[in-house]
Design a protein around this ligand. Structure first.
Ligand code: AMP
Ligand code: ZN
Length: 476
């Protein structure tokens, strides 16, 4: 039985798709005004595992992810600058160039982390018509009103407003401290914002209400319903979206259709640093390329994420990443040894095999049934990946277990850790460059600089040894 913890009811619930074996999933994508940090990426590793588990169980998923390239303001309370416009001004580029640049890097990170791309990427700026249509529908049904700066959703008119946020209702109430301007209720939110002075913003469109741009929440309702239907199976995002963004998505969508919007709401917990969400001020705000420059394999970060349950906060620091990488390397080495061990490979299957007091059953593709069943039970129990990883280690350490290789191969379809792939251990280009600079400094007898560069190399996790044939670099 497959079950998920559904934020709507705050309980684990058996998963039943709306249609046969096809499952619609929508994941809130990033605002592409800057690099995505490893906290953001934890959220997407979680939705990747969700998708892989569904596929493993025989479902056919249709996964949609949006790209927010307009309308997300620096304050979630519909005020402040548009993050895209601000970045474009700062970098002296067009908003489109900015969004395409950071979106590409985001997709590169997906590749490095073995995150399967969604079936559909959708950008807010390419769905203005759908958003305007949806706002018009809400207007016809009497859910909107106009203020000096935009068209707003009247949350007092929507009966179940805030149902998703439940315990966080105080969070919503505290919105009262937010400047009301001429909003009717503190929780009301912008559907369409007017350009202060048309012609100045890079991204603005004509609409029945005036020149402007869509509010942040409307894009997700318009695009998810366009691609997945008015009611669909699963919606994912980080836990920070529960109280405002997803609460507002539900209000807009259900007010416009009169139908239930989403059956299962799944939320991922934060990546934390010193007990708090990773952030510029608190630290831990690394990118995947930043970790690579320090010599880490991105898949070690994926492994680290899998060692924590997606609903538990995961404390991050470079030491914990280092330990995860050591465990991951060990795992891969053992898998290579199993692969090379002629004694246990290949196994004939299907078969039953008695070793000592234990009777093993192998399936036709050489999979150890007991271990695979344990693994399936773990992943189907609200994606219990820490348990699944523990089962993998138990299998590996079990001296008597048969069919190890076939079983690991099966498990890796869900884990996505490239466990059977042989690793080429490359020294990162940035480290090689430091070593070359150090060599130059030594030739120039600039011992201080050479020493500083050596320390820098060591801080990044590498050692430089001066041999007869010149300096040699290796991992610490
Ligand atoms: P944003 O671009 O801010 O909308 O964030 C993209 C996704 O990353 C959202 O689903 C957020 O909930 C999620 N997110 C942001 N910060 C973190 C964090 N520290 N840990 C895990 N997920 C996060
Ligand atoms: Zn969203």
């Amino acid at each position: 039985m497959l079950n998920f913890y559904n934020t709507l009811i705050r309980k684990k619930q058996e998963f039943k798709p709306l249609k046969d074996k096809g499952v619609g999933i929508y994941s809130c994508g990033p605002t592409v005004y800057w690099y995505q940090h490893i906290g953001n990426l934890r959220s997407y590793i979680f939705s990747d595992i969700l998708k892989r588990v569904l596929e493993y169980d025989g479902y056919k998923t249709k996964h949609v992810m949006n790209i927010t390239d307009v309308g997300h303001l620096t304050s979630d309370a519909d005020s402040g600058e548009d993050k895209m416009e601000k970045a474009a001004t700062k970098e002296g580029k067009s908003a489109k160039e900015i969004s395409n640049y950071y979106w590409k890097i985001f997709r590169d990170d997906f590749k490095k982390l073995n995150i399967i791309e969604p079936d559909i990427w959708c950008k807010a700026t390419e769905h203005i018509k759908e958003q305007v249509d949806l706002i018009e529908k809400l207007e016809e049904k009497g859910f909107t009103y106009k203020t000096a700066d935009g068209i707003y959703f009247d949350t007092s008119k929507f009966k179940n407003y805030g149902q998703l946020a439940k315990k966080n209702i105080e969070g919503i109430e505290s919105g009262k401290r937010v400047k009301m301007r001429d909003k009717k209720n503190p929780t009301d939110f912008a559907l369409w914002k007017f350009s202060e002075k048309p012609g100045i913003r890079q991204q603005e469109w004509k609409s029945p209400w005036g020149v402007g741009f869509p509010g942040w929440h409307i894009e997700c309702s318009a695009m998810s319903m366009k691609y997945l239907g008015e009611t669909f199976d699963i919606h994912t995002g980080g836990e920070d979206h529960i109280s405002i963004h997803h609460t507002n998505e539900i209000a807009q969508s259900e007010a416009s259709t009169g139908k239930k919007f989403v059956n299962f709401w799944l939320h991922g917990a934060f990546l934390t640093f010193k007990g708090e969400k990773v952030s510029k001020s608190k630290g831990g705000l690394y990118t995947i390329s930043g970790l690579e420059e320090k010599g880490f394999n991105p898949l070690a970060y994926r492994y680290l994420c899998l060692t924590a349950h997606y609903r538990s906060p995961l404390g991050f620091n470079l030491d914990s990443l280092k330990s995860a990488e050591n465990a991951y390397d060990r795992l891969k080495n053992i898998v290579q040894e199993i692969k090379n061990d002629k004694k246990i490979h290949p196994v004939r299957s299907p078969m039953r095999l008695r070793i000592g007091s234990r009777l093993w059953r192998l399936t036709s593709n050489g999979v150890n049934e007991k271990y695979l069943n344990d693994f399936k039970n773990a992943i189907n129990d609200d994606l219990d990946m820490p348990k699944a990883i523990a089962i993998l280690w138990n299998l590996i350490r079990d001296k008597n277990a048969v069919g190890k290789l076939g079983t690991i191969k099966e498990m890796d379809k869900v884990l996505g850790l490239d466990l059977l792939k042989k690793e080429k251990k490359e020294i990162p280009a940035a480290i090689k460059k430091l070593a070359i600079e150090r060599e130059k400094a030594r030739k120039n007898k600039d011992w201080q600089k050479a020493d500083e560069l050596r320390k820098q190399i060591e801080k990044s996790g590498y050692l430089i040894e001066d041999t007869e044939n010149g300096p040699k670099l290796r991992r610490k």
